[in-house]
Design a protein around this ligand. Structure first.
Ligand SMILES: [Zn+2]
Ligand SMILES: [Zn+2]
Length: 173
């Protein structure tokens, strides 16, 4: 929650601030996200406009999760930016015919940054987190992590020509 009272309601007034907040729960998706309580660094700019307060900012945090291919734990720094207009409560109540109930409102001059932050972080997450771009994943036979042991082979090794075909199929996946 961010207090906007200091800003006043004069359009054009502006305030910049930097603060570090603990990450709220569920900031991310199941396989990758910011651990609850981990520091989130925020650079914020609040601008008073006619209808409310325009909040522009960037957030920096460390994501933790696991590689989608080899399940190795991974950490990654992320930086996301966001912008949202928070409408004064009285404006929102009297606003007619906008038909937009998704509008963010200021409640008692407080801005709730959490949904904004959550949307920005989730949008920025990779679809499949990987420990490295070309992670070879796990050995289909024994589950060993192939990145640790690229020369890894089994007694009944597949004919190399077939292995190449298998690889092509995997890549098409
Ligand atoms: Zn991996
Ligand atoms: Zn193996």
């Amino acid at each position: 929650m961010l207090d906007t009272r200091e800003l006043g309601r004069r359009p054009g007034s502006m305030r910049e601030m930097t603060r570090t907040v603990p990450a709220p729960p569920d900031l991310g998706i199941e396989v990758l996200g910011v651990a609850e309580g981990a520091p989130v660094e925020l650079d914020l700019r609040l601008e008073a406009v006619m209808e409310g307060v325009l909040v522009t900012g960037t957030a920096r945090a460390t994501l933790t999760g696991e590689c989608a291919r080899c399940l190795e734990p991974l950490t990654e720094d992320t930086e996301v930016s966001f912008q949202e207009l928070f409408v004064y409560e009285d404006h929102a109540l009297h606003g007619e015919g906008t038909g937009d109930d998704e509008v963010s409102t200021l409640e008692e001059d407080l801005v709730d940054l959490e949904p904004l932050l959550r949307d920005a972080v989730v949008l920025a997450l990779p679809f499949q987190p990987l420990c490295m771009d070309d992670c070879p994943g796990l050995c289909p036979e024994c589950g060993a992590r192939l990145a640790d042991d690229p020369e890894h082979a089994h007694e009944a090794a597949i004919d190399p020509r077939w292995a190449a075909l298998t690889e092509i199929q995997t890549n098409d996946d």
